[in-house]
Design a protein around this ligand. Structure first.
Ligand code: NAP
Length: 265
């Protein structure tokens, strides 16, 4: 039994994606949605009534403390999106990192020597920030609603700003939305203004439902490259299945599954 845990899961496409992978691997398995409140989280995790779990908003950091083992990449990122229950031992991984990297690669976007703006400071943002550091982005602006929560950063390349600072005077190459703003059913919202988005050549939204958020609509209408989060979602799911099923999958499947899910969005 597999599944996804999060606070609200009406938007998620993960069950469909994992079912497609199960079918391909000839595995009979369930992949369920578990909507949990913060007070239900600990018991659910520690009861271990699952073989594997994905974790989504807002629990990617909270679940770390219940793991018996945390993979190197997840330790570095400081968040997990995948748990493997290995005979009662909980192993935590971060496959968002791979999903994000694969999406940029697919869209031929390089962050090297670029100025990048990252909106939001949660679990997904941490994976994105780790990627930007590893791939040598020249300058990163990390945007939060409250700078007081992030007084210092360890890297001179990273500047923490708020939305006011961003709208006033920041421009660059790539802007990435790692907040839930614009996600179904609140799809009429954008975390930043159209004027702000037009200051960048590439806009990526980690949200995949709706397929085109208002943030991406603004980017498209200003002839910017607009990338949604579906490819990332499928890529991270494929790697999660490799961990759970102890196998390797043909990553060409990411394109095939993305097209199949896109046709249903
Ligand atoms: P999270 O851990 O809850 O973090 C979201 C962050 O966004 C918060 O830390 C917060 O940062 C900011 N935020 C929250 N509510 C906001 C609001 N109303 N206005 C402005 N900023 C707000 O969530 P997450 O797991 O990182 O996920 C974030 C988004 O990425 C979700 O939409 C999720 O579905 C998507 N995602 C997609 C994929 C994929 O594969 N495509 C993978 C991971 C995540 P501050 O408090 O610092 O402002």
């Amino acid at each position: 039994m597999y599944g996804i845990i999060g606070e609200k899961l009406s938007h998620t496409k993960s069950p469909q994606i994992h079912q497609l992978i199960f079918n391909q691997l000839n595995i009979i398995a369930d992949y369920n949605k578990f909507e949990l409140s913060a007070t239900e989280l600990k018991d659910f995790i520690l009861q271990k009534k699952y073989s594997g779990l994905n974790i989504t908003i807002p629990y990617k950091v909270d679940v770390l403390e219940y793991m018996d083992f945390i993979a190197e990449e997840a330790k570095e990122i400081g968040a997990i999106n995948t748990i493997y229950n290995d005979n009662g031992q909980l192993h935590g991984y971060n496959t968002d990192y791979y999903g994000f990297a694969k999406t940029l690669e697919k869209n031929k976007v390089s962050v090297k020597n670029k100025t990048v703006v990252v909106l939001g400071t949660g679990g997904a943002s941490k994976a994105v920030m780790t990627y930007l550091k590893k791939e040598n982005a020249a300058k990163v602006f990390l945007v939060t609603r409250d700078k007081k929560n992030y007084p210092t950063t360890t890297s001179p390349n990273i500047t923490v700003v708020d939305y006011h600072d961003l709208e006033q005077n920041i421009h660059g190459d790539i802007i990435i939305n790692c907040t839930p703003v614009g996600m179904s059913p609140q799809s009429n919202n954008s975390p930043v203004s159209e004027k702000c988005i037009a200051q960048f050549s590439v806009a990526m939204d980690l949200i995949y439902n709706p397929a085109e958020t208002l943030f991406l609509k603004y980017a498209r209408e200003n002839s910017r490259l607009a990338i949604n989060g579906l490819y990332m979602l499928v890529a991270q799911a494929v790697v999660a299945e490799e961990i759970w099923q102890k196998t390797t999958l043909d990553h060409a499947q990411i394109d095939i599954i993305t097209k199949e899910i896109e046709s249903g969005l």
